[in-house]
Ligand binder design. Sequence first.
Ligand code: AMP
Length: 298
Amino acid sequence: MTPADAPAGGRIMIEVEESPERMTAAVRAARERGRRVGFVPTMGALHAGHASLIEAAAAACDDVVVSIFVNPKQFGPHEDFTRYPRPLAADLALLERLGVRWAFTPSVAGMYPAGAGEAVSVAGPADPFEGVIRPGHFAGVATVVKRLFEIVPADVAFFGAKDWQQTRVVARLVRDHAIPIEIIVCPTVREPDGLALSSRNAYLTPAERARAVALHAGLAAAEACWTAGDRVAVAEVALRRALEARDIACDYAAIVDPESLAPLDDPHGPAVALVAGRLGSTRLIDNRHLPARAAGAI
Ligand code: AMP
């Protein structure tokens, strides 16, 4: 640690940086001093799921950058961009407690000045599931992640398995554009009853919150079918029925290849079960990895 990184008297204060240019310069300077920089992109409204990514970054890196940016490009015209929660002061207090070095809080104009942030399209894993239900969503994700990786040239970036399809889109983006950053995927953090933490859980009424456990319960039912040697279609029906039993409109319930998200070539797996459902005006997604099962088990 250089004197610049370790002021006398203790922990480094968080710096809140709005300027892309100054953010890039700070990360470059840290890396030139030999520091390993970890990056956690978020849209804010931080919860324990985000905190787990930041803790993983802090454990693996010398300095951590967390971006807070509600990216308009990844919301459809009838989605929740304007009502998306933005509790910035509470978010910054959490980042400070977690020992984050920089909070990057750009404006929309700063992120997308004329000539920057040109739309990036990613095929393959971006096409099915969320790509069908939310047209343009992953183009918006790929565009903002590419721009963020330009502005925050970190060694490594951390993403949550909660958004499994997004992790595959980001992996493809990094590969297609030869972006020199390592991607680490961290496990999903859940409520005690199994509901995956999400900033959107705040929209749920108490009654909807009680029903929302059906996504987790459905994934557990699908895994039980999978382990018992049922056909893939049978496990998918068990997943869909768990949602329907709690009056949740199911957008998709599918068991697919965990990398390509294409239908399984081999019904033995490994696989990932993906699910999305709507409760009132709130959409929730979740997933579960299914290990390879023994040949002849089906
Ligand atoms: P968001 O703020 O929703 O864009 O999420 C920022 C990052 O946090 C993404 O990489 C998400 O996958 C991750 N994340 C969101 N919820 C969870 C969770 N429950 N557990 C782990 N990571 C999560």
